[in-house]
Write a protein that binds this ligand. Sequence first.
Ligand code: ZN
Length: 285
Amino acid sequence: MIPYFDAHCDSLTAALDSGVPLDSDTLAARLDAGTFSKREQIYAVYGDSNQKELSGLLERAAALFVKSDKRPKGCLAIEGAEVIGCDPMRLKSAYEMGVRVTGITWNHANVLSGSCMEDTRRGLSEVGEEYLERALELGMFIDISHLSDSGAGSVISRASGRVLASHSNSRTVCASPRNLSDYLYLRLVEAGGMCGINLYTPFLKSRGQATVADVVAHIRYLAGLSGSVANLCLGCDFDGCDRLPRGIGSAADLPLLYDAMIESGFSKQQTDDIFYNNLYNFMRR
Ligand SMILES: [Zn+2]
């Protein structure tokens, strides 16, 4: 049995779309009690500007979260502030519904900031700064995974100890704008932030089928860059991505990655830290 605390999945969206409860065994981020000694999950509520049905989405997601009690324990996250109309004043009611993490953009730019894929040179706007301040006042963590580099830089400077890239890898190892540059990763580390390794194949490897060795390569590179594994965790993106490394179909297959970490020379302590302890300690700040 292995411990596993994951920083990002799209199971809420998948469950809402397919009409199953969040503790359904059909979801990839499922509890799978036989595999895990400890299991926690941050559940993203995804919204972006091209989506029509945003009104009431957070309420529906929160209701499903509360109703499904055999799921991994955890909290809600907003992925794309469009979920609450990019309105800083709505963060408080989101907090009351169980949201503890908020991103600012998804892949589309919005009034708060440019994203990593659109309007990429634009950082936080005035209302974006206000959104950030309000979220921090409420005690939320800020997720920079889809944000523009400039927006991410501002968040890192302001949200010391409360900033994470919930599902992003190394841009040096795999050149995707969704991954972190060395510069941003080192700034994230300096700010006591956390980076969740994503299992989506195009963020692991530019072409071809990824394997768990590619996941280990990102972890090894980032750990080498900062000199420690202290700022790394997993943000597997289960139920949000269809191209996973060979042999991984759901959370139940994660022992394959765990064993690959140990075989490639990481200690059991380092592996447990990445799989569980680092994110656990970070989220309890
Ligand atoms: Zn995402």
